[in-house]
Each structure stands twice: as C-alpha cells, then as structure tokens.
Design a protein around this ligand. Structure first.
Ligand SMILES: [Zn+2]
Length: 347
C-alpha cells in the first residue's frame, strides 16, 4: 500500500501545486481530510534543546524494526539539497540512492520542486520571530498561515516518501526545534507524536560552549553553533516550555537524557510504545548493557555520531560536573531553576 497521499500534486503538468506561487495555490496543496489514525503516516518528532543527546536517541531508535532514522529533516532543504552535505551513509545527499528515491516518490524527483521557494518559505515561517503566530495555531487565512500550509505541504510529501522508500512504519525526525514541531503538528494527514527530551540545563550549557567540527562538510572546517551559558540557559527554558505546552495538542512523552543513558532499553520502550510499537525481544540491538549496535542510517543532519556504525557505547556525558566554571554553573542554575526542579534535577 502506498502511504503517499493519493490526491494532488501530480508532480507534472500545469496543475502541479508546486509550480504555483503561494497566491495561486489552493488553500492546501494536499487533501487535508482526516484519515483514520491507523492509516496516517507516523512521524515521531524528537524535541528539546540542542546538545541534549538527540542524535544518540535518534540512532538508537533507528535500530528498532520499522523505525526510520532520518536525522534533522528541518535541514533537508538547505544542508541536504542545496549544500549537498553528506548523508549519514557517507555519500553527498544528492548522490545517496535512498534520498534519490525519496525525492522521486515525493515529487517525481527533487528537481521538480522550486528549492528556492521552499527555502524562502522556511526562512519565513520557521524562525524565532514567527513563534507567537505559530503558537496561536492557524485559524485564519492570513498570508502567513498560507505560507505555513504551503511549507507543511512539502513536508507532508517527504515523510510518507521516506516510509515508502525505507519500507518503515515510523519516521524519526530529530530536528528538535520547537518551531519545526509547531509547524508539523498542524498536519491533518500525518500522525504526529512527540518525544520531548530534556537534559540537565548545566550539561546543555556546558556542551553548548564546545567547538565541534561538522564532519558532513569535507572541503572546509565548519563548526556546530555554540552558545554562551546564559544564552543556552534561556534557549533551554524557552524550548522546553514550548514542548511542554505541545503536550496539550499532540500525544507527547517526556524523558531525560540522564534516564536514557542509564536505562536505554526502558526509555526506548516508552518511546516506541508511544508510536504503537513496543520493543520486542527481536530488537536485539538493545542489550541491557550500555552498548548499542548501529547500522547505517540515511540521516540529513545531527552531531558527528550520526556517521558511527557498529558497537557504540552508551555513556553519560557528565563532564560539566567537573569542568564547568562554578560561576557559570550558578548562573545557569539560577536562570533555569524552576524548570530544573520540575524535571527532577538536583539544583
Ligand atoms: Zn544516504
């Protein structure tokens, strides 16, 4: 059975909605009639502040039968299709057969979409300034809402195509971004659920200052973004607050990085159960010990761990406890105190 929506676009011809300007476009490029949940393509969004261990969780989930690890889908358009950065399999994204098949299934080929338009849409709707409007949930037909719908309509074709190409049941999208989640959760054609990942704010703040080379770029040295501890603390609070509020609209579970590295199998079972697929004994990649067996995943973006294969130890990164500057630690603790307590961390 094809999971792709059977209505428009046809990917060819004058009635292809992806060849229209936003003003010419119908209200939604896709049929938004709500299919029964069992028939809707399942998307698991990992949400939380960057540097919380999402790539480890994403890749661990990707070893579960039926779960497809794709990295940070939010970056498919720029880092993947525009910049042709390396897929998790090691090939440039446009040379990766898996993503080639996804593009073919979704649009008749990546060249059939106007990439500049998708990038412009994302720039406009998926950015911090848009947060208040995204939180309001689109009940209007304002130009902004139409742009959100149009951007979402691209994603609504990508996720089912991933499932079809991988013959999977659940797409894991570890974009982590609250903005991206607020857009995707509007979909009536996808079955969207959220696993909200929280790491101790001091660990996030300490990791956020570290310079990490992005290995997907091979012709020059580019670093992952860094943040000062106070900036990371403010981002941590905002991001977690948004994902906390999302739980009122979308099936959501919350788990901590610290619990995950301590008992990965238990936490993975909670997440897969959220998606209707509890872990089985055959999911042998997860032993009770702190090791995971990783295969190759076609991930778009994420931390350097996305290129690892074979046996990988699951170890807690608790370096902040020893190495973080005490004044910065106190500052981050003070800035995030109420939520730290709520999540059960020791201030
Ligand atoms: Zn690949």
């Amino acid at each position: 059975m094809s999971l792709l929506p059977s209505l428009s676009p046809a990917a060819t011809g004058a009635d292809n909605p992806y060849q229209m300007t936003p003003d010419e476009m119908p209200e939604r490029a896709l049929d938004t009639s709500v299919a029964p949940p069992a028939e809707r393509p399942k998307v698991l969004l990992l949400g939380g502040q960057a540097r919380s261990g999402s790539t480890l969780v994403d890749r661990s989930l990707g070893q579960v039968d039926g779960f497809v690890s794709c990295g940070e889908i939010r970056y498919l358009w720029d880092r993947g299709l525009r910049d042709d950065e390396r897929c998790g399999c090691g090939l440039p994204l446009r040379g990766c057969p898996f993503w080639g098949r996804v593009g073919h299934l979704a649009f008749g080929g990546w060249d059939r979409i106007d990439l500049d338009e998708v990038l412009a849409l994302r720039e406009e709707v998926d950015q911090p300034r848009a947060l208040p409007r995204l939180l309001r949930m689109g009940l209007t037909t304002s130009p902004f809402e139409r742009k959100v719908s149009r951007y979402l309509s691209y994603l609504e074709r990508v996720y089912p195509a991933i499932l079809e190409a991988a013959e999977g049941d659940v797409v894991i999208d570890s974009s982590m971004s609250p903005l991206h989640a607020l857009i995707v959760r509007r979909s009536a054609v996808l079955d969207v659920r959220v696993a909200h990942l929280v790491r101790d704010s001091r660990g996030v703040a300490h990791s956020s200052t570290k310079q990490v080379v992005r290995p997907e770029i091979t012709d020059r040295e580019v670093m992952m973004p860094t943040y000062s501890p106070p900036e990371a603390a403010i981002r941590w609070t905002t991001t977690n607050a948004v994902f906390g509020s999302l739980g009122r609209h979308v099936p959501t579970i919350r788990f901590t990085y610290e619990d995950f590295v301590r008992e990965p199998r238990r936490e993975l079972d909670r997440i897969t159960t959220l998606m209707g697929h509890p872990l089985t004994a055959s999911d042998a990649a997860f032993r009770d010990g702190p090791v995971i067996e990783l295969g190759t995943d076609h991930t778009v973006a994420g931390n350097p761990m996305r290129f690892m294969t074979g046996e990988v130890p699951i170890r807690a990164d608790e370096a902040w406890r020893e190495k973080m500057d005490p004044r910065q630690r106190m500052l981050v603790t003070a800035l995030t105190y109420p939520m730290l307590r709520r999540y059960g961390f020791e201030p």
